[in-house]
Design a protein. Structure first.
Length: 34
């Protein structure tokens, strides 16, 4: 799960237009995991 998240984060950084949207989604998933 962590590795996948890191990969998605790196892709998000490359995809600046959707960076905030992806990061927001990851943030929500992270909160759910905890």
């Amino acid at each position: 799960m962590s590795l996948t998240t890191l990969c998605i984060e790196e892709l998000a950084v490359m995809s600046t237009p959707q960076k905030s949207l992806v990061m927001d989604t990851l943030d929500r998933k992270a909160l759910r995991s905890e």
